[in-house]
Structures are given as C-alpha cells and as structure tokens.
Design a protein around this ligand. Structure first.
Ligand code: 4NP
Length: 165
C-alpha cells in the first residue's frame, strides 16, 4: 500500500499547494509516485474549490513546479485515517489539527520544517498578505523540507535507492 502524505496550511491556496507541487515533482523525478502519494488541504474553508493563489503559481512555475491542476479543500477527520504523515506549515495549523485528531489516529502529525536540514526555522510563514518575496521564501523552505521528508520516508520504509535520491 502506498504511503500517503498530506500537507496542511490555513487556506490551501499558498503554502500547502506549494509543498504539494514540490513534493510531487520530487516523487516523479525519483520514480516514487506510485509508492508515495501526496495531497494538500487547508484548516479553513474560505477557498474550497479554488486554484492556488496566482502569486504562488507564478513563483512555483519559475522553478518548474506546475500547481495549476490543484484545487483547495478543507482538512477533515477522515484524513487522520487515510494519511500516514500530516504535515503542518505553522504552529497554528498544527494546533488546529491536534484538536481534530482522534485517539486512534496513528498518522504522524508534525511541523513540516521538522524535516528541513538547512534552516532552524520551525514555521513556513504565511505569504498571503505580503509581497512577492514571501512566495520565494516559502519555496526555499518547502524545497529544503521536501527533500528531508523524502529521505526520511525512504529510509523508514525501505524505498528508493541512493542513485535516484
Ligand atoms: P495559505 O495562505 O494558508 O498558505 O494558503 C493563506 C491564504 C488565504 C488566507 C490566509 C492565508 N486568507 O485569509 O484568506
């Protein structure tokens, strides 16, 4: 059975779709898209059904990540049964997820930047109300953590090979 990863932010139109697109490309490039499946969601419901923010799409596309097919959805209780890893972009997202989590849920729930190797930051800052630079900063942090996450999953689940990663 595939290992399932869910990225969560507030609106599911900036940070978590960016993480979704970046991690999906890593999986595709490593030939691991059948073994590891990825999705994203928001704790809020304002943007359900919408495409990622145009600024996130533009910043991602400049690094060869295509987010255009993604659509926002809200995280739900069933996600805690479906996903093996649920990764929050900031402390507020994490607290909201912890409040939703049922006792039996055995998925790993953590801050996404736990897996970043090149920063001491714990949170991916919300770029929504800021300038263009915030979207590039999101990409820098997300790329770092996505690489660390893929290594972690491969090491813990016996996937991939050194050459591919
Ligand atoms: P995200 O950014 O959580 O990274 O998708 C936001 C998007 C929308 C809003 C806040 C944050 N909003 O308030 O509508």
């Amino acid at each position: 059975m595939a290992i399932k990863v869910l990225f969560v932010c507030l609106g599911n139109i900036c940070r978590s779709p960016t993480a979704h697109g970046v991690f999906q490309k890593l999986l595709n490039d490593a030939g691991l898209h059948d073994e590891i499946q990825v999705d994203s969601a928001g704790t809020g419901d304002w943007h359900i059904g919408r495409s990622p923010d145009q600024r996130s799409q533009a910043a991602a596309l400049s690094r060869q990540y295509d987010l255009s097919s993604l659509r926002a959805r809200q995280v739900c209780k069933a996600d805690f049964q479906t996903f093996d890893y649920i990764l929050a972009m900031d402390e507020c997202n994490l607290a909201d997820l912890q409040a939703m989590r049922t006792h039996q849920a055995k998925c790993e729930l953590a801050l996404f930047l736990t897996y970043a190797k090149h920063t001491a930051r714990r949170e991916v800052p919300d770029p929504y109300y800021g300038g263009e630079q915030g979207f590039d900063e999101v990409l820098d942090l997300v790329e770092d953590a996505a690489e660390g996450l893929l290594h972690h999953i491969c090491a813990h689940h016996g996937l991939g090979n050194g050459a591919a990663l």
